[in-house]
Design a protein around this ligand. Structure first.
Ligand code: SF4
Ligand code: SF4
Length: 263
């Protein structure tokens, strides 16, 4: 496993500062098995899937194409608009190539690609460091489909998971988020969160449970492709078979379930 010195130092200093119970940064990033209690058993005993997403960058041509996906997600999940970038809550957002894929810049990389915004979200890593460091098992990986979930009731707001996530995919509620949700758009069927807990994308587990695709995928008009990596006939597997794809920070060994293709 090779990771950048900056990445390693970030996690090492976080593990020292936050006191991950003697767990070193090296151990946090090591691929390996989780304790049985960190992987939730499938309640229905279904065959294991691994949900994955492919972001087809060529289908995102206008600001509106990105906005549709972000708004669909944030509206359905009651993500508050706090209005302060330092306390921002985000489940899906855009990053520049440089920030989304650090270390993969090249002086000859097309200016067009360098300037593109890339949609980013929790990668639902197959080897998620956030799960390994959570002391209360508030964040856990589902055995049935690989989704990295959050149980808000068990979250104590220690933010170890935020320090361990190399993708900045988690947000902390510094204040009560409820006053920052547009009441006219509030989804009463999805729980709101409270001050002092961490939140992030959960691949729309609540929609998948009733046979729907994630809200961002539905809103993307073909820009986001979703399916089961374990199924050789799934759309994601077909796309990944035919097209060159890449993932964020592959050198960390987290094995993201979000892939990118450039058309
Ligand atoms: S992207 Fe971050 S929060 Fe999501 S599973 Fe990976 S390490 Fe955890
Ligand atoms: S902030 Fe919550 S989810 Fe994150 S490590 Fe602490 S208890 Fe676990």
């Amino acid at each position: 496993m090779s990771i950048s010195r900056r990445e390693f130092l970030k996690i090492a200093s976080a593990s020292a500062l936050l006191g991950f119970g003697g767990v070193s940064a090296f151990e946090i990033l090591q691929p390996g098995q989780f304790e049985a209690s960190q992987v939730m058993p499938d309640p229905k005993g279904l065959v294991a899937k691994r949900w994955a997403m492919v972001v087809d960058i060529s289908r995102f041509r206008t600001e509106e194409d990105y906005k549709r996906c972000i708004e669909a997600c944030h509206r359905i999940h009651n993500v508050p608009d706090v209005g302060n970038p330092k306390e921002e809550i985000k489940w899906i957002w855009t990053e520049t190539y440089e920030h989304a894929f650090p270390g993969q810049e090249d002086e000859f990389l097309s200016e067009k690609i360098k300037d593109l915004p890339f949609l980013v979200l929790c990668n639902h890593c197959n080897n998620p460091p956030c799960v390994r460091v959570c002391p209360t098992k508030a964040t856990f990986k589902r055995e049935s489909d690989g989704i990295v979930m959050m149980d808000m009731h068990r979250c104590i707001g220690c933010r170890f998971c935020m320090a361990a996530c190399p993708y900045g995919a988690r947000s902390f509620n510094f204040r009560d988020p409820r006053p920052f949700i547009d009441k006219e758009k509030e989804n009463l069927e999805f729980p709101t969160r409270m001050r002092g807990v961490v939140e992030k994308c959960t691949f729309c587990y609540e929609r998948l449970a009733v046979g729907l695709k994630p809200a961002c995928v539905e809103a993307s008009q073909g820009g986001l492709i979703f399916g089961d990596l374990e199924d050789p006939n799934s759309e994601v597997r077909k796309v990944l078979n035919e097209r060159y794809s890449f993932r964020r920070k592959p050198e960390l060994g987290t094995s993201p379930s979000v892939y990118y293709i450039l058309g």
